[in-house]
Design a protein around this ligand. Sequence first.
Ligand code: RUG
Length: 831
Amino acid sequence: RKPATTKANHASQSENSYSTKLDKKAFKASVISHLHSTLGTDENKADNHAWFKATSAAIQELVLNRLRTTQKTHYMNDTRAVHYFSAEFLMGRLLSNNMHNFGLFETADAALKELGVDISDVLEEEPDMALGNGGLGRLAACFIDSLATMELPAIGYGIHYENGLFRQEIKKGAQIERPDSWRDYGNPWEICRPESTQEVPLYGYVETKYGSNGNIQKEWHPGSIVKGVPWDIPVVGYGGNTVNVLRLWQSQSSSHFNWDVFNAGGYVDAQRENIQAETISKVLYPNDETEAGKELRLIQQYFFSACSLKDIIRRYKRAHGDDWTRFSEQVVIQLNDTHPAIAIPELMRILVDRAELDWDTAWAISSKTFAYTNHTLLPEALERWPVRMLEKILPRHLEIIYEINHRFMQELEKKWPGDNVMKAKLSIIEESDEKMVRMGNLSVIGSFKVNGVAQIHSKLVKENLFPEFDQLYPNKLTNVTNGVTPRRWLKACNPLLSALITKKIGDQWPVNLTQLDKLSVFADDKTFQNQFMKVKQKNKEALAKEIKAITGIAVDTKAIFDVQIKRLHEYKRQHLNLLHIMALYKRLLKDPSYDMHSRVFIFGAKAAPGYTLAKTIIYAINKVADKINNDKRINNKIKVIFLPNYRVSLAEKMIPAADVSQQISTAGKEASGTGNMKLALNGAVTIGTLDGANIEIAEEVGAENIFIFGKTVDEVAAINKAGYKPYDYYYNNSEIKALLDWLDTDYFTPEQPGALSSLKRSMLEGGDPYLVLADFESYSKANEALDKAYKDKDRWAKMAILNTAKMGKFTSDRSVQEYVDRIWKLDTCKV
Ligand code: RUG
């Protein structure tokens, strides 16, 4: 049962390794057959959606074949596997990606063409799987792509949300949220597996009993039980050999209900409060809101963690029966942030209460199973749950958390005798007015490795967030810098650039991204510069068409395309970008000959529905845009475009067309960023702060190929320590004063005077917590340098080429390899 597996290495499969299975003729036949037999229509009646379904079905046939083979191979090899627990997987669309990974894109394109169908119309029919908020969910999607590509045994576990992240509409400049019911017309990729349904207990009470051996036994009598039904989404690795699975749980009511308990009295009230089982997986929570009080969210977290653990244990038992000794050898669980941290006490409950292992044995297994990734230092995003809430929903888990904490306190007492301050700091329980459970502390204590997501971030995790934990467990905290999959974020989304690169350096770069460095020698080559910039120009023209179609606004494709795409948050400082745009506008109004290359500022951003100031910033961008875009006096020097409903599929159109990448967070606030990597990979030049992965990008591309500005992490800390005074900047810099005062007039919102005043207030009375004013001048200077660089065509082409060439480090294959080597300890398994 244990044939040879090999150490993980980058698969060197070429794109064609699987494509030989289907030529154009066979592909055509398969699509038509699905049109007839799966969809009950024909070539004459079929609309684009039917073609999309039929094409997907043709691909899915191949996918399922490889899925079966993969699963059989993993089972036969009894492989150790990573289980990636994530409340979010931001997958986007799958058809194009799956075709590319099977090496069938060109075949499909040609086949559909012969059928009179344009492949891009077909691809547009696919709704995005927007089961995530942003970076964290998209990272999970990139990682499972890499895991499959590198032929590593892995499974993603998450929630099958009925509604993904809300759809954003912009009405009169303001964000409106609409539901995202992405499965209204079915999803051609997912497979329901009712046979693997799990039951999840909730609420109720804990009974203390004596077991047969005289030991105390705990029995949880749940107040209700919900069912988790799994949906499997195949994850196709590049080359099409390994197809792993993303297993997403949908909640359903269970006929199985403990009526004895219910009728015993006293539970009627509790039961009345119970949420309907079906609502658990109904909707993805938009992040950035305070978590406290969100009972349903805690239930979501427990729901998917419990289903996934049961699923893992079922599979483990099939191979190893009741022998738990090998569990942590076979199973590693990566917690993507603290959202699935409740899995730690859940595994302890299973081992202690159900498998009747003693605590120490159980803890030895559990603490060798989990590893935890931290994605943020922002205090408001560090999860804490009220003890009261846990007691009500998961009474046994609360007991277990207390026991974990009690033993941990004993450990602390040994290390730092009598140090109660230390104990209070590191305790899982926060003794505030309302007692809280700190999920971050639980995750660190219950995991064998903890990682941050960029060098600077991991350093701050060690030095600021968990310094005492780092002292206590010297080798537990580490760094794995994020990465992105070059298959989706270059090969598939930027076919022109991909073709140019392949022509120049061969076709191995999608699986060995450091090969891009071979382009460096052509950075000064005029012919290559022309070819590279011609591709950029074509991509800009395509985006301009899209902008026109979406907004009705015509943009000049000779202008600099300047892109800021990410969630709307004060720390990401879209308002710094906006203030600078207003400054340029003002300078042009004052002096029409003000020397600047024309520039199109393009935004994409969703604000959490409850985040008022973020929504005001969106409104402000749109209102300033209205004014600038219609002001004849500035001669089209500036355009401001806000593209509504930013999502993965829109990013795929924006990124290839970007000249400039805005990465302007307050230093120390953006854990890593991954959009920064995608944009640079596609030849955009970054203007950014020394924050997150920008620092490592700067190291790779060199200082002369990036525009760095602003206060550093240390400077930010020093300013805050000394007491930051935004009014100093307001009174000492006349431009800043004029800009903020402008926001206070009705110039941009004549129909609604004062609508933007809160934005000004946030940067003055509000204390400007993200140091917008402190960084404004330096940002403005960096923009001038950028403008100058762009005017020098050769220089810019060289910079753009070198940005692409130097992005080898930022493939998610490298990140995954680091997890494999240092945390997961997996072997590849050739399928
Ligand atoms: O904000 C971070 C990004 O900096 C990072 O690149 C991404 C992936 O690691 O995760 C984002 N993030 C952090 N998303 N949610 C959180 C907090 O839960």
